[in-house]
Design a protein around this ligand. Structure first.
Ligand SMILES: Cc1cc2nc3c(=O)[nH]c(=O)nc-3n(C[C@H](O)[C@H](O)[C@H](O)COP(=O)(O)OP(=O)(O)OC[C@H]3O[C@@H](n4cnc5c(N)ncnc54)[C@H](O)[C@@H]3O)c2cc1C
Length: 386
């Protein structure tokens, strides 16, 4: 937008882009070119899938060319901030937006500067890009469920470890560990980075009801690290985060002069815990509609509301029915993964897929949600009906 002569300010409490670089940042190959990701943010390409069941049986699918990449998430943040700055965006690192009051033609944002001083600034539009916290749209869990939708929320914990002795088991693969011995209601992962670093993580969905005495994520991650013989490896970084989306994405995408983008409007997909390319997609789409709104000759609230509604509808259409189906499958799979039957079902599914499909097909299933590629026969398995 700044390249179109519109004044843009980016505000983020983070001072250092590498601080809490929580995302494992695995993306499919297509996302790299579709969203012009800076090439130096790619830490490693991957060309195979490795899915490990509850009894540690490894199912592997190899491809002869890369299927995707693992990004350095901190570097991605750094590069995107630098790109924004060079195109004229004002960057306020170390600042936080505390609240927003919308008026007919403008909004007043209450900011906290790095010295914790309150400052009020006027903007025409405010974009809520605060991720799962949806701090500015103030869509809390209650409001989201009042909307007759369901918030699917999970938390993840990841260590970066330095490992140089059994690298070939993990290099070039996206590895997922699925089963209640690894973690109930979730999964573990091992992704390679450059310089012999592995991202080793664990995440799980929160059940929709209160569960007593859930062991902490740290417990499962330490067990996983031990089981994979990584316990002697130095840990270089520890971080964690939350990922959450509504099942139907039916929440309002704007409120007054605040408009949501990325995780704040549920673009993250919970099947594989993936959200970077959808956040970028929504940002690209929103910028098209916001440019139109900013360049209107004599704007009225009606005209602006129509543009923002069009943004919400266009984004819904772009993500499509597959996105919604995959969320349902995610809910069924991860929330149902809490007993021996579910473990057996996962093993049967992996074994069937291993016999029948290629590495590219697994990518099409887990990244493009192309369930019909094997016929819809697979869907009942995924949904746990068989
Ligand atoms: C453990 C984990 C692993 C993941 N792995 C993957 C993966 O492998 N691949 C993938 O594609 N996705 C993955 N994701 C999801 C992905 O990281 C997110 O979907 C993506 O980062 C969403 O981008 P965003 O810009 O909407 O939000 P975020 O990346 O969360 O950015 C929100 C920003 O808003 C800032 N902010 C917060 N509050 C305020 C405020 N009040 N004022 C100003 N700024 C504020 C924050 O500091 C932050 O920089 C993972 C998520 C988690 C939790």
């Amino acid at each position: 937008m700044s390249t179109r002569g519109i004044n843009v300010t980016l505000i983020d409490p983070l001072e250092d882009p590498f601080h809490n670089s929580f995302s494992s940042a695995a993306i499919p190959f297509s996302a790299f070119s579709d969203y012009s990701i800076p090439p130096n943010c790619v830490s490693k390409e991957w060309n195979s899938w490795q899915l490990i069941d509850n009894k540690s049986t490894r199912f592997r699918w190899r491809n002869d060319h890369p299927l995707g990449m693992i990004l350095d998430f901190g570097l991605l943040r750094k590069e995107m901030w630098a790109k924004a700055k060079s195109s004229g965006v004002e960057i306020l690192n170390g600042w936080k937006v505390c609240s927003v009051r919308s008026f007919d033609r403008y909004a007043i944002a209450e900011l906290l500067d790095p010295l914790k001083k309150r400052i009020y600034r006027q903007f025409t539009w405010i974009v809520d890009a605060t991720g799962h916290s949806r701090s500015l749209l103030r869509l809390n869990e209650k409001k989201l469920s009042d909307n007759n939708d369901f918030l699917l929320k999970g938390s993840g914990l990841e260590f970066h470890i330095h490992n140089s002795y059994n690298l070939e088991d993990w290099a070039n693969s996206l590895s997922f560990l699925i089963g209640t011995n690894w973690i109930p209601n979730g999964y573990g992962w091992v992704f390679p980075m450059n310089n012999n670093i592995l991202k080793v993580g664990i995440c799980r969905l929160d059940p929709p009801f209160y569960v007593k005495k859930r062991k902490p994520l740290n417990y499962y991650l330490k067990n996983l690290i031990k089981a994979l013989n990584f316990d002697q490896c130095p840990v270089i970084d520890r971080h964690g985060g939350i990922i959450g989306s509504t099942l139907k994405r039916s929440e309002p995408h704007f409120d007054g002069r605040v408009i949501g983008v990325g995780d704040s409007v549920s673009t993250a997909n919970l099947l594989g815990g993936e959200g970077i390319r959808f956040a970028l997609l929504s940002a690209e789409m929103l910028s098209r509609y916001l440019i139109k709104a900013c360049l209107l000759d004599s704007p009225t609230i009606k005209m602006e509301t129509k543009l923002l509604r069009n943004y919400q509808n266009a984004l819904k259409q772009e993500l499509g029915w597959r996105w919604v189906l995959s969320s349902r499958i995610a809910r069924k799979t991860w929330l149902g993964l809490n007993n021996d039957n579910a473990d057996d079902r996962i093993t049967r599914l992996l074994s069937t897929l291993h016999k029948k499909v290629s590495a590219e097909d697994i990518s099409a299933l887990l990244f493009d949600y192309r369930f019909e590629r094997y016929g819809f026969r697979i869907v009942p398995y995924l949904l746990g009906w068989r």
